[in-house]
Design a protein around this ligand. Structure first.
Ligand code: AMP
Ligand code: MN
Ligand code: ZN
Length: 924
């Protein structure tokens, strides 16, 4: 710890020097801004206009320079160099289809020929979750369906799917993928099902777009364009096939229309339907031809030869993986192409060609980053022609810049290549960027680049932060030039800014979006105030004729029955205080989230009647106070762990099936024990083996088997052992959630761990069980909150751990998302979305053990307390937690009546929603 004076002095000098250089560089950077007296910061146009994609919560492909991450079923414990290996999650299935002689799409042939070709008037517009679920249900019962997608790419950097058309033999479905963007994962299972043939025409792009937007992977494809190739058709366009087989003509120009429009014009709806509707019939015709086609090389009577070839080529398409184009020097490709065009057209070039080239590069770089920041296409930001004109003429003032750009865009023949507005709103609101670029010294362009990001995205910046551009800010890692001497300072500065931005985004996304407390009142039938509550509770009484409305604003009811117990009975007026929607720590009123003073890992094991008084021990805290309180609670948990001798985390597990009487909680052995493995290791190994076992390299297979064997004491491993291993180390609660999430119960749990808990919920009572269900990361049945924001997580410097703090460790955070039956939560602020987190990935990467919650720690502590001290032990335990909270935060805004010593002894009335046994009734 001790540092001698010399070292301190060196350090101080180093810091001073760093600061000096940082300041010098900043001044050089900002100079062009300072010397322009007219410059006033304009508001970004995105603050005034919203684009449909800004409502997307789940964004898989963001605009950062980091590579796209594919769906992973298995997170193997690879050497943690942070590298993410992208493998096709269905490689096995697709390869199998390509080898298989029983081609799935032969089903197309069955019953197809008599099916009416005409397109009916009716179709189904799908734009709600329940309609989407119905569609999934329909497709679950189909062996084949046709698909087409429409994209939007002008007002988006990477583009997004604006419509998906799905046709069965009976019906055409148009899926509004803008409304349903965050729900589209519901379609994953049908698309990945090798038993169902998907017919596309020219699927090369569609397959990638579905991966990009929804992690939907197509398995078992019949591509009519590939069939055309195999049949050596004169043309392979859909228009040709429609004409030839269906006598239908289409106006392909509609393909380029703005598919974001709602409602879609009738003409576009018809066009979209046609693109999918006839595909099944066309596929049928092509299959016939493929079977009739003769081949001298194949054995006589082999009618499948060409069909198999078409199938093979189709499915080869499915093996493609979406990847972002990431240039080492962003914009460089565009710049080279512009420069080579300039060389062919010397008229544009001023005398100093190398300066012009440099300027083109810088403009392309700026256009790249600006398009990413605003989630716009490059051509929407600035056309190639405008770049050429700007670089050649180097205009200085606003008027010249604008007129030069609009003139350049007018000159272009092909209107599709230029922005519809010229100059674009991006140029209008960020003109100072262009001026800076055109004036700046050529040797600091990399600094300028970082400067722009900070200028625009940092909390003080002018442009909105979104799921699309967030990672741009947090993961800025440019390798623009070889001379990266000054990058260090730049990076340090951005790290600081990132931290603040990350917090702001966090607040934006995670705090409660509407007041938590409604402060509705409940009076006793003698007119005395009983408590404050939310609207839901109030309605519960009224709907059951247990109360009448006595006041409108705020709504108040009088109970029609004599409540058991009055607030004053328990010497506590907490429940008759109205509560303010502010942070109880510091009084912050702009944002807050719920904080549970008694950590859920304990509370969930309390006897039912002691859990119910939630409102006292759930308070509102701003993000900063939340962080402080949480840190204190985590620290105190460790103290509890030491005090009770009950470790917080599971270290290693061994199989218990040999000793039947051992209860689940004592499965755990400490890390000193040599046999056994960590539960996470065990589970990931088991999952990998179940999923990829047969395709795995022998060496890897053996390694993973070793892990599983270590758990089962070295014996031979059966498939059922692997399935059992998937839930080892989870608390019953976690296991239930795991099962529920995957719609799966464990068929092989007839003995062993689950038996200890699973008395009531008998296992084999569910519909077809397939291990696939378990392994699909987010298959159907996923809850609303889990569909949200992969990229909404603040992922930067330490904030990943931050997010975990609010989400993982114990389940506090996730519990906030449950449908409430307590005082503080309301369905209203739930639907506004408190806190989405795709916890799994984050935790796996960063707090591996947290994946298991605290395993049995909470349960063991509570059991211990109950055994030793009974319910008083629990009460005293709660008081300790309140004390920890108060000491950590010194909260100044706790509601009157809040008390560390709160008894929690309040009785439940006959009709109380909290009365034990009433809960089930309330939930229905
Ligand atoms: P399609 O496969 O014909 O339904 O086209 C799907 C999507 O690809 C359309 O919604 C367009 O966004 C895009 N697209 C296909 N061809 C073109 C083209 N020639 N020009 C512009 N966009 C196209
Ligand atoms: Mn189409
Ligand atoms: Zn902007």
């Amino acid at each position: 710890m001790a540092m001698d004076n010399d070292k301190l002095r060196d350090l101080a000098l180093a810091i001073a020097a760093t600061c000096f250089f940082a300041i010098v560089i900043s001044i050089r950077l900002i100079k062009p801004f300072l010397i322009n007296p007219k410059r006033k910061k304009r508001e970004c146009y995105l603050n005034k206009q919203t684009k449909p994609q800004s409502a997307f919560k789940r964004v898989l492909a963001d605009n950062s320079y980091s590579q796209f991450k594919h769906l992973k079923f298995v997170t193997e414990e690879l050497p943690s160099d942070g590298e993410y290996t992208n493998l096709h999650p269905y490689k096995g299935e697709i390869s199998k289809l390509m080898k298989n002689r029983n081609v799935g799409f032969l089903e197309v042939l069955n019953g197809c020929d008599k099916w009416g070709l005409e397109m009916q008037n009716s179709y189904v517009w799908v734009d709600t979750e329940s309609e989407l679920r119905e569609l999934v249900e329909v497709l679950t019962n189909e062996r084949v369906f046709a698909v087409d997608t429409e994209q939007h790419s002008f007002r988006s950097f990477l583009g997004f799917t604006a419509l998906i058309q799905i046709s069965t033999v009976k019906e055409d479905y148009l899926v509004d993928t803008i409304m349903l963007h965050d729900k589209m994962l519901l379609l994953r299972p049908v698309f990945a099902d090798p038993e169902k043939c998907k017919v596309f025409h020219g699927a090369d792009n569609d397959v990638l777009w579905l991966q990009r937007d929804y992690h939907i992977y197509v398995v078992n494809l019949f591509d009519t364009a590939k069939a055309c190739d195999v049949l050596s058709k004169p043309q392979r366009s859909l228009a040709y096939l429609l004409e030839t087989y269906c006598s239908v003509s289409t106006n392909k120009l509609l393909q380029r229309e703005d598919w974001r429009q709602r409602p879609l014009p009738e003409e576009m709806i018809q066009y979209a339907r046609i693109d999918a509707h006839y595909l099944l019939y066309i596929a049928y015709c092509l299959c016939q031809e493929l079977m009739e086609k003769k081949d001298e090389n194949s054995p006589p009577g082999d009618k499948l030869h060409f069909l198999l070839e078409a199938s093979r080529r189709s499915n080869a398409t499915c093996l493609q993986l979406y990847a972002k184009e990431i240039e080492a020097c962003p914009g460089e490709l565009a710049a080279s192409s512009i420069i080579s065009r300039c060389l062919n057209d010397q008229g544009n070039i001023s005398s100093n060609f190398s300066d012009t080239k440099e300027l083109v590069r810088r403009l392309c770089l700026w256009r790249d980053i600006t398009a990413r920041l605003h989630d716009e296409s490059l051509r929407f930001v600035l056309s190639d022609n405008a770049i050429i004109a700007l670089a050649a003429k180097v205009p200085a003032n606003e008027t010249d810049i604008f007129s030069l750009i609009s003139k350049a865009d007018q000159d272009v023949e092909f209107t599709v290549l230029v922005p519809s507005q010229s100059p674009s709103p991006v140029i209008f609101c960020h003109l100072e960027d262009l001026q800076c670029l055109l004036q700046a010294n050529t040797d600091n362009s990399d600094n300028i680049f970082e400067h722009f990001i900070e200028q625009h995205l940092s909390p003080a910046g002018s442009c909105p932060l979104s799921a699309f551009n967030y990672n741009l800010l947090s993961k800025t890692n440019f390798r623009l030039t070889n001379k990266s001497t000054s990058n260090r300072n730049g990076f340090r500065a951005s790290k600081h800014i990132t931290k603040k931005a990350s917090r702001d985004l966090f607040v934006k996304k995670f705090s409660c979006k509407s007041p938590v407390y409604h402060n509705c009142k409940i009076y006793a039938n003698d007119g005395r105030l009983l408590c404050y509550c939310d609207r839901r509770k109030l309605e519960w009484y009224i709907n059951r004729n247990l109360a009448k409305l006595v006041e409108e604003d705020p709504p108040s009811i009088m109970l029609l029955f004599e409540p058991k117990g009055r607030p004053e009975d328990e010497d506590n007026d907490f429940y008759i205080q109205s509560k303010k929607n502010i942070c109880v720590g510091c009084g912050e009123g702009k944002h807050y989230l719920r904080y549970r003073i008694i950590p859920s890992c304990y509370r969930m094991h309390f006897p039912e009647h002691m859990k119910s008084h939630r409102s006292h021990d759930i308070v509102l805290l701003c993000v900063d106070c939340h962080e402080i309180a949480h840190a204190a609670a985590e620290k105190y948990k460790r103290q509890i762990a030491d005090e009770f001798g009950i470790p917080l985390f599971v270290r290693k597990v061994v199989d218990s099936s040999k000793s039947q009487e051992v209860p689940a909680s004592s499965l755990l052995v400490t890390s000193s024990e040599e046999n056994g493995v960590s539960p996470l290791q065990l589970r990931t190994a088991a999952m990998a083996l179940l999923r990829h076992g047969p395709q795995m390299p022998a060496q890897r297979h053996k390694e993973l088997m070793q892990v599983v064997k270590a758990y089962y004491g070295g014996r031979e491993i059966l498939n059922e052992d692997l399935e059992r291993a998937l839930v080892v180390g989870m608390s019953p609660h976690e296991r239930k959630r795991f099962e529920k999430k995957r719609g799966y119960t464990f068929k092989h749990f007839t003995r062993g761990i689950i038996q200890n808990h699973g008395k009531g919920n008998n296992i084999n009572n569910k519909a077809p069980i397939s291990i696939e269900n378990v392994l699909q990361e987010d298959c159907e049945g996923i809850s609303k909150e889990e569909c949200m924001g992969v990229n909404l997580l603040p992922l930067s410097s330490g904030s990943e751990a931050n997010a975990a703090k609010y989400t993982g460790g114990d389940d506090d955070f996730r519990e906030d998302l449950k449908i409430p039956n307590g005082d503080v939560s309301t369905s209203e602020n739930l639907s506004n979305g408190t806190a989405p987190v795709h916890v799994r990935d984050t935790l796996l990467k960063h707090e591996k053990l947290s994946l298991l919650g605290h395993g049995p720690h909470g349960k063991q502590v509570v059991e211990h307390l109950l055994k030793e001290y009974g319910e008083d032990g629990i009460r005293e335990f709660c008081q300790r937690w309140r004390q920890v909270f108060v000491e950590a935060l010194h909260p100044r805004f706790l509601p009157g009546g809040w008390d560390v010593m709160h008894s929690g002894k309040r009785d439940f009335g006959e009709f109380s929603v909290y009365k034990p046994g009433k809960k089930a009734a309330l939930m229905t």
